[in-house]
Every structure is written in structure tokens, then in C-alpha cells.
Design a protein around this ligand. Structure first.
Ligand code: GAR
Length: 194
């Protein structure tokens, strides 16, 4: 039996990348298992998906913490540690992180971003790619560092931009690749760290 590394998956919304990770982790030969799915939004649809898959879930709402991002992160960090997770995968976790959480998980926290970084950091990446006349677009997995959407790039997947693309059609093409890239890159990182 392969030794599976416990991971935590952090989400804020529908959790389709989380679902791709769940499916990968269900394979006996995949080197990770999900110890925790955590959301800063109690109503995140992805939490229901995770519960239905029999996973441990927790919601830690950021709203009661107001502007004290670090206080919220201390609760998040405690929950991740209590789960035994060794790697954190941000999967549509829409919070700007403070140095507290970033430094706590340096080299062990991955993020997926829907563009070919360093192009188009931030939000609305598909609109930005179309507005810039990009011929190619895609997604990036990177280690999380203190700069938003910065950090060493671990993997990228490219898609062509079609002349008649809308943000939705382009985004769907990118999302397909995200679902392939995240499990693949996570497995690669675990292989390098073990
Ligand atoms: C994904 O496209 C992910 O790349 C993006 O949010 C979406 C979440 O979808 N992340 C970011 O923009 C982070 N800056 P999902 O909840 O279906 O996985």
C-alpha cells in the first residue's frame, strides 16, 4: 500500500477543483488523501460535495473577525494542524493571506490560479486575457508566498484562445485543464518532498 500524504483543501465556493482532488485521492495509487476540507464561507456548495464524499469538513466564517485577518487565519491554521494535514491546497480560496498563514506553510501551500502567471494575476483573468488579445491562456499551480498570485511556479497548462471566445467559453476550457493540472502537480510535489 502506498503511503498517502494527508492534505487540507481550502475552498470558498463551488469546489470543482476540490472535486478533482477528491477523485484523484480516491485512486489507491494516488499519493495523497484529504484529511480536511475547510471553507471561509459556511454556505460554500463545495462543503456539501465534500460531506457527501464522506470527508471531514469545517467552516470558519471570516466575517466575525472583521478586519483581523490574522485572527481568522489562526483558527484556520489550528484546524488544519488538528487534521494532521501536511500540505495545504488552496482551491478557489478567495482570501488574501497574511504573512502568518503564508509563513506557517511555506513550501507546503499550493494555489491554483486561472491564468498563465505572471500574466493576469488577480480576478477576472479570462476577461483580461481576451481584452489583451492573448492567443494563449491557461492555469498555474504555484507555491503561496506573500505576494498575491506570486510564488514559484510548479506547473502550468495552456489552452488556445479562439476568435469567438467569451469569458465563459474560455474559462470552461481553462477549468478543464485546472482539474487535470492540480492532481498531477500535487502528486509531483509530494514525490519530490518524500
Ligand atoms: C478556479 O478557477 C480557480 O483557479 C480560481 O477560482 C476558481 C475556483 O473554482 N482561483 C483563483 O482565482 C485564485 N486567485 P472551483 O471552486 O470550482 O474550484
Amino acid at each position: 500500500m502506498i503511503q498517502k500524504t494527508p492534505i487540507a483543501v481550502l475552498i470558498s465556493g463551488r469546489g470543482s477543483n476540490m472535486r478533482a482532488l477528491i477523485e484523484a485521492c480516491e485512486r489507491p495509487d494516488y499519493p495523497a488523501r484529504i484529511a480536511l476540507v475547510l471553507s471561509n464561507r459556511p454556505d460554500a456548495v463545495g462543503l456539501e460535495v465534500a460531506r457527501a464524499a464522506g470527508l471531514q469538513t469545517i467552516a470558519i466564517d471570516h466575517k466575525p473577525f472583521g478586519k483581523d485577518r490574522e485572527a481568522h487565519e489562526r483558527k484556520v491554521d489550528a484546524a488544519i494542524r488538528a487534521s494532521g494535514a501536511q500540505i495545504v491546497c488552496l482551491a478557489g480560496y478567495m482570501r488574501v493571506l497574511t504573512p502568518f498563514l503564508v509563513n506557517s506553510w511555506e513550501g507546503r501551500m499550493l494555489n491554483i490560479h486561472p491564468s498563465l502567471l505572471p500574466a493576469f494575476p488577480g480576478l477576472h483573468t479570462h476577461e483580461a486575457a481576451l481584452a489583451a488579445g492573448a492567443k494563449e491562456h491557461g492555469c498555474t499551480i504555484h507555491f503561496v508566498t506573500s505576494g498575491v498570485d506570486e510564488g514559484p511556479i510548479l506547473g502550468q497548462a495552456r489552452v488556445p484562445v479562439h476568435a469567438d471566445d467569451t469569458p465563459d467559453t474560455l474559462g470552461a476550457r481553462v477549468l478543464d485543464q485546472e482539474h487535470r493540472l492540480y492532481p498531477e502537480t500535487l502528486a509531483k510535489i509530494i514525490g519530490q518532498q518524500s
